[in-house]
Every structure is written in structure tokens, then in C-alpha cells.
Design a protein around this ligand. Sequence first.
Ligand code: GRF
Length: 207
Amino acid sequence: MLNIGILVSGGGSNLQAIIDKVECGYIKNVRIVTVVSSRPDAYALERAKKHGIKGICISRKNFSNIEEYDEALISHFKGFEVDLVVMAGFLSILGERFTRAYKGRVINIHPALIPSFCGKGFYGIIPHQKVLEAGIKVTGATVHFVELEADAGPIILQKAVCVEDDDTPETLQRRVMEQAEWEILPEAIRLFAENKLVVEGRKVKII
Ligand code: GRF
């Protein structure tokens, strides 16, 4: 059984997609043991509660530096014997101690096709605004292993989504979540749980 811990900050639609795929049996031998939010008012915590999953807020604001914040997250996940950490719409930065402690065992969903529209400052609705400003025709989402540099880890899965002429950042964000994020994040967890991911340098092979 693989214990996963999920990091969230907002509405939690990606968390819901994972919960649904675990509960319907599509993802096997996986248990969501804890949900950690960077914000106390995140609706994602409500979603966890509705499914009997222990939720907690560990906010960066309550720590004087990133090292202390990392240690708090590490000890929380160790307390739940977490094997894989999933960043699902998580908007806080993880530091060196955390990314080293969970190297190869923490993944993130990014709402664009990395290496485009990613890195520092590209989170939430911003990638979609930039995609529209640049007149891009195809965008999408990416699941990748997490390293210290934001959005720079080896890519596990990507899915493309067409941009419509009358799109707003909000309508595009919604479609990228529906057609890409909610599909590839649970799929990446399934592949990890079934030991089907092999990292070779910058590449991730699916066996
Ligand atoms: C998603 O597009 C996610 O990629 C981004 O924030 C949006 C909201 O995610 N980081 P969720 O509904 O909280 O999962």
C-alpha cells in the first residue's frame, strides 16, 4: 500500500480528481493519509473532510524561515509514513531540505506545457493570461518530479489543450483543468504506485 500526502492551497479540484480515482478503484493500493493546506480557508480541506481524510493547515507565514517550514512539513509527512507527496494546486515554495528529503517522491501539477509559461511567478491563473496574451494556440498541463528550482524537475506526463478564439483566462483555466490536469495527475500517481516510472537523467520513461 502506498501512502500519499497531498499539498493544497485553494479549491482542491485536483485533490477531488485524485480522491475520485482512488475511491472508484482506478488507482489501486494507494491511501490518501493526509491533506496539508498552506491556507486555513482552502476549500480543499472541506473536500478532504467530506471523504474522511485528515486535513491540516501548515502555513509558511507561521515560520520565520524556509528551513523551519520544511522541517514542519517533513515531520508531518513522516508522522503519517507518507511515501509520495503530491503538490495539487499548492502555491507555497518548498525549500532544499524538503526537496532533498523527498527526492524522487514528490510530484507537481503545473497548468502549462513546461518549459513554456513556468517558473517563478507562473502560478494559478497567470500562465493562462500569458498564453492568451502571446496568442498561443495550444497549451495544456504538465506533471513533473519536483526539484528545488520551480517547475524544473523531470517531466512525467503532459496533455495538450486547444486555445479557443473567445477564451478568457478563466475559461481556459477551466478547460485545462477538465481536459488535462484532472486526468494526468491521478494517472501519474497510478504509474508511480505501480512502479512504472523510471527516471534517467532529465527523462522519465514509462515501463
Ligand atoms: C490549477 O490550475 C492548478 O494547476 C493551479 O491552481 C489551479 C487550481 O487548482 N496551481 P485546484 O482546484 O486547487 O486543484
